[in-house]
Design a binder for this molecule. Structure first.
Ligand code: MF3
Ligand code: CO
Ligand code: CO
Length: 252
């Protein structure tokens, strides 16, 4: 399927989906503490999405995914399945939320810390968030997708970290994962030209060690091959005539 450029009325609905996604992440922060299990976090988010927001949690039953959110702890890169394991002091966790409202998707994730994590973990979390910001700052109509990847890769590697290659950002709209693929590494000036009407995510996964990953036998959980820590942040963006709108960010 080619890239689905969004109309003005599509964009209005994408803004709503993005706002609801952000609200879930804002809501869940206080629940991330030692002793809570990731399935408890999933259940709180599920109820909030369905009952409070009157929306649909996109991951649930997506290609067989069994839960409503992804919870990726420590060396888990992405797509962690919520389970009975409890968070402990020093853990870091990515919570990835995707909601569907009125037919359109919003997709965002953030890192949370449990108690006091090691300095390296704090640095990885800060650097990966800076990578997302630098990727977003590379987005303008007329820029190329490679500009995004180059900005992210440059910043991550300058800090001594590595960029995961096997998973990437994606177009988003009526579909959870649409064209184009948005790589988090690359070369300035390469790749597709960025055009008004595009909506896509940027979601760099940054490892403290090497970039290689391994898929666990559950078919979903992606971990670092060397068991080093990994961190990720994600926003959904819309490209307008004037520049970029971060649909999953607080406008303030
Ligand atoms: N939210 C993830 C992304 O950013 C995708 C999760 S797919 C799932 O693209 F099935 F694991 F939920
Ligand atoms: Co995504
Ligand atoms: Co996501």
């Amino acid at each position: 399927m080619p890239i689905q450029l969004k109309s003005r009325s599509d964009l209005i609905r994408m803004r709503v989906a993005g706002k609801l996604t952000r609200q879930v992440l804002d809501m869940i922060g206080v629940h991330i503490r030692p002793g809570v299990s990731t399935v408890e976090i999933d259940e709180i988010c599920h109820r909030y999405i369905v009952e409070t927001l009157d929306a649909i949690p996109a991951p649930l039953d997506y290609r067989g995914f069994p839960r409503s959110i992804c919870t990726s702890v420590n060396h888990v890169v992405c797509h962690g399945i919520p389970g009975s394991k409890r968070l402990k002091n020093g853990d870091i966790i990515n919570i990835d939320i995707t909601v569907i409202k009125d037919g359109f998707h919003g997709d965002a994730s953030r890192m949370f810390t449990v108690g006091k994590p090691p300095i390296l973990a704090e640095r990885l979390i800060a650097t990966s968030q800076e990578c997302l910001v630098k990727g977003i700052n590379a987005v303008t109509p007329g820029a190329h997708l490679g500009d995004i990847g180059a900005a992210i890769q440059q910043h991550a590697e300058a800090a001594g970290f590595s960029v995961v290659r096997e998973y990437c950002g994606h177009g988003i709209g009526r579909g959870f994962h649409e064209e184009p693929q948005v790589l988090h590494y690359g070369t300035v000036g390469q790749g597709l030209e960025i055009k008004p009407g595009m909506t896509f995510t940027i979601e760099p996964m940054i490892n403290a060690g090497g970039p290689q990953t391994r898929l666990l036998s559950d078919g979903w959980t992606v971990v670092t091959k060397d068991h080093s820590l990994s961190a990720q942040w994600e926003h959904t963006l819309a490209i307008t005539d004037n520049g970029v709108e971060i649909l999953t960010a607080d406008p303030k």
